[in-house]
Design a protein around this ligand. Structure first.
Ligand SMILES: [Zn+2]
Length: 117
């Protein structure tokens, strides 16, 4: 008896998971691709998909390795250009977090006034 094989073409990239409409040309955008040789060698690709039927957007990561193909998707309110900008941004460091914590602690009144005013 054979074990079930993963689907080589993720259904997520063919149809909107929210309304099942087929993604049209130009609605799927590749944001980035990383090839890893670490513990599980493979290639992961990040896609932004916009449904022309319901207008919802999905961020999807497709991982291809010797073990098969897997995917993770999440609904997003990011436009494709925003997702690309964030994808290309530098990662947030521990120093960035500490600096933000310090700023919020020292200038909390100004931050609150800026948010409500
Ligand atoms: Zn849809």
């Amino acid at each position: 008896m054979h074990a079930p094989q993963p689907q080589p073409t993720p259904h997520m990239l063919a149809h909107c998971p929210l309304c099942q409409a087929a993604y049209g040309d130009g609605s799927v955008r590749l944001l980035g691709e990383v090839t890893s040789t670490l513990a599980v060698p493979g290639t992961s690709r990040l896609f932004h998909l916009t449904c022309s039927q319901c207008s919802h957007a999905i961020l999807a990561v497709i991982l291809e390795s010797a073990h098969g193909v897997s995917s993770i998707g999440l609904v997003t309110d990011l436009e494709a250009q925003d997702a690309a900008r964030i994808h290309d941004a530098d990662p947030i460091s521990a120093d960035d977090v500490l600096r933000a914590h310090h700023e919020l602690g020292m200038k909390s009144k100004e931050w609150c006034l800026g948010l409500v005013g």
